[in-house]
Write a protein that binds this ligand. Structure first.
Ligand code: C5P
Length: 317
């Protein structure tokens, strides 16, 4: 009888990172760098991307696979933000860029909920742990900002005020849980094209932005008052998103008629976020969308949710 040795599993690290909704998103005039100054309030929600980083032999390079809802819509080459995150971390630390990445999607793709940014945040943390790089948190945040304006918030999670490109963050105090339902469309909207339409619609007279415009929203968060929060939701990208996708108006209308406390386009869209009084009410809002046949999929979630964190880690044996 031949003895069979069971191979030890390769070292790996599994990390999860949340998607987000912008409770408020105020957009200023486009700068010379092509970016718009923002005053935004992010809330992380309980829809998570998972990235598993597994050790591969030296010289194997980076590889990437993707699974989960809408996985077929996600590139698996060096244009993927998770791949770019691993490459950037290797470059900055001088370590070899050898890793097999697997992304499990849990955030709608191209929906304005920062799923790709969550992949980048998760890949940074996963590779840092797998390669035992020990990069200080502040440097990870800098790399995150280089990868995309929403990536630092995915690292931080919970609720935060974002200024600059949305990457300069201050945590915001909140009480309790808020119950959301998100309605998504099969075809996404490209973030740059929504910002471009914003410029076309706003013209040269776009006023500067200030987070001070959202004091009522901040009060609602501190009080844990979903009714006041619903009234204060605001998104300057809603108009350009509706202009590019007029059928979104009906999505907003159906949720409002179904008694949502507030309804807003999430980020650059086309996802629409509806705030419910309770988990059941959020589900009922999703049911109203399904019955009216105005969204392709509904996703119920709560916020705030924690930022990027290691879920499991298989060490070298
Ligand atoms: O930073 P990220 O790659 O996520 O941004 C995608 C695009 O969205 C940018 O290239 C830019 O066109 C637009 N954007 C912007 N102003 C911001 C953030 C993003 O114009 N503050």
């Amino acid at each position: 009888m031949s003895a069979r040795l069971s191979a030890a599993p390769e070292p790996s690290v599994r990390v999860r990172a949340p998607g987000k909704v912008n409770l408020a998103l105020r957009v200023g005039p486009v700068g010379a760098d092509g970016y718009h100054p923002l005053a935004t309030i992010f809330q992380a929600v309980s829809l998570f991307e998972e990235v598993t980083a597994t050790q591969v032999p030296a010289g194997a390079g980076i590889s990437l696979t993707v699974s989960g809802p809408q996985a077929e819509a996600v590139p698996t080459d060096e244009t993927n933000l998770a791949w770019r995150a691993a490459a950037l971390l290797a470059d900055r630390t001088g370590l070899a860029a050898d890793v097999a990445l697997h992304v499990t999607k849990g955030v709608p793709v191209a929906g304005g909920m920062a799923g790709g940014s969550a992949d980048a945040a998760a890949a940074l943390v996963a590779c840092d742990a797998l390669w035992e790089a020990g990069v200080p948190r502040a440097e990870l945040v800098e790399m995150a900002a280089e990868l995309g304006a929403d990536v630092p918030f995915s690292l931080l999670g919970h609720t935060a005020v974002g200024t600059g490109r949305g990457d300069l963050l201050t945590p915001a105090m909140t009480r309790g849980e808020f119950h959301w339902c998100f309605g998504t469309q099969r075809t996404g909207l490209s973030t740059p094209s929504v910002f471009r339409r914003f410029d076309e619609l706003a013209g040269p007279s776009t006023p500067a932005v200030a987070p001070a415009d959202d004091t009522e929203l901040m009060h609602a968060l501190r009080a844990g008052d979903p009714v006041a929060l619903g009234k204060a939701l605001h998104n300057d990208l809603e108009r350009p998103a509706l202009d590019l996708r007029p059928e979104l108006a009906e999505v907003l209308e159906v949720a409002t008629e179904a008694g949502a406390l507030g309804v807003v386009v999430s980020g650059s869209g086309p996802t629409v976020a509806a705030l419910g009084r309770s988990r059941q009410h959020a589900l009922a809002l999703g049911a109203a969308w399904t019955a009216a046949d105005v969204v392709d999929q509904i996703w119920c979630a709560t916020g705030p949710a924690p930022g990027t964190q290691v879920v499991t880690s298989v060490a070298r044996s």
